[in-house]
Design a protein around this ligand. Structure first.
Ligand SMILES: Cc1ncc(COP(=O)(O)O)c(C=O)c1O
Length: 320
């Protein structure tokens, strides 16, 4: 009699066995590897992608030796692009910035059939089922890696399953001792995600993603976003509509002199990310993209925070 299932003994990290938000998707190791999966499955030979994106997107293009071209975006963060350029064996990447630009995907699909939606910043955006779309959950939740992918075509190669337990130090450490002591570990984990093969999502990441109160997360993010909006929509150079099912990553506040505000907030322990430093190397001096990198103040609105926290941010900005 043989049995391979381990029963009894010491306990593992205790997690509830709930549901993944994207349970129907293919669960992989990183967003860039989900993009690589799409490239391989479709044999694309040329890709159009925005200047304003993360440099991780270039990794699979280089690996597969696929040529690429950048396009610009306009003041509404929408593509300034002639879709007729996209040929059969080529694809266009649409970036759903901050989760706030999902509404335009349908309109773009009607102009261009080979679109890939990068929902790395839009975890909750519902997919148009016939469009290849990927997500990077660690931008929204405390996981070290992982990706979800909706892809019309599948690849046949065997995929190993990722292992994440050694990548959790920054997540665990922040709970015990705060962010500052573990920022280097966070960066180390980001480094480790580079140049990985396509793998299946680790059991640890997947199990953590089964533990999230997604409806609660949605409500909190929307509430915090709206609360900041009441104070900042009038001065914000970017204007977005928050539809009923839109769940933002951050509140993106664009100001002429946003760069100095960003510095002041960071000095006051309000951590503002820069999306994306690599863009400065790709674009010219007077580009809108460069202005965005330098002056966009992405205010945190995530599920860890409530209106009292938003008030702290508002007061700091008003006192600047
Ligand atoms: C817009 C965007 N696309 C793709 C990626 C790649 O995702 P991952 O880091 O999970 O590979 C990122 C971030 O890294 C991103 O910000």
């Amino acid at each position: 009699m043989a049995n391979s299932k381990e029963i009894g003994g010491f306990f593992e990290l205790e997690l509830n066995n709930g549901f993944e938000y994207h349970g129907a998707a293919i669960a992989l190791n990183t967003g860039r590897n989900a993009f690589e999966y799409i490239l391989e499955a479709n044999n694309y030979t040329h890709i159009y992608l925005p200047y304003f994106t993360c440099d991780a997107m270039i990794e699979p293009l280089k690996k597969l030796k696929i040529s690429y071209e950048f396009y610009s975006i306009n003041n509404n963060l929408l593509p300034d692009f002639n879709f007729k350029k996209v040929q059969n064996n080529q694809a266009f990447i649409y970036n759903n910035y901050f989760g706030l630009l999902g509404n335009n995907i349908g309109a773009i699909r009607s102009k261009c059939k080979n679109i890939i939606v990068d929902n790395s910043q839009a975890f909750f955006d519902r997919t148009l089922l016939d469009i290849d779309t990927f997500y990077s959950p660690r931008k929204f939740f405390g996981v070290s890696d992982g990706a979800y992918l909706y892809s019309k075509r599948k690849i046949s190669q065997f995929l190993k399953t990722d292992i994440s337990y050694n990548n959790m130090k920054h997540l665990l450490g922040r709970v015990d001792m705060g962010a500052q002591k573990f920022y280097k570990d966070y960066q180390r984990n980001e480094e480790k995600l580079k140049d990985q093969p396509i793998k299946r999502m680790s059991s640890l990441t997947q199990n953590i993603l089964k533990n999230i109160a997604y409806e609660n997360v949605k409500k909190k993010r929307r509430r915090n976003y709206k609360f900041l909006g009441k104070y900042f929509n009038d001065i914000n150079l970017l204007q977005f509509n928050l539809d009923n099912d839109t769940v933002p990553l951050v509140y993106p506040l664009l100001l002429k002199d946003g760069g100095s505000l960003k510095k002041a907030l960071i000095q006051n322990n309000i951590y503002i990310p820069t999306y994306w430093p690599n863009v400065l190397e790709w674009t010219h001096e007077n580009s809108f993209e460069k202005f965005l990198v330098e002056n966009l103040v992405c205010l945190p609105i995530d599920q860890r925070y409530d209106e009292a926290d938003m008030k702290i941010i508002i007061d700091l900005i008003n006192n600047e």
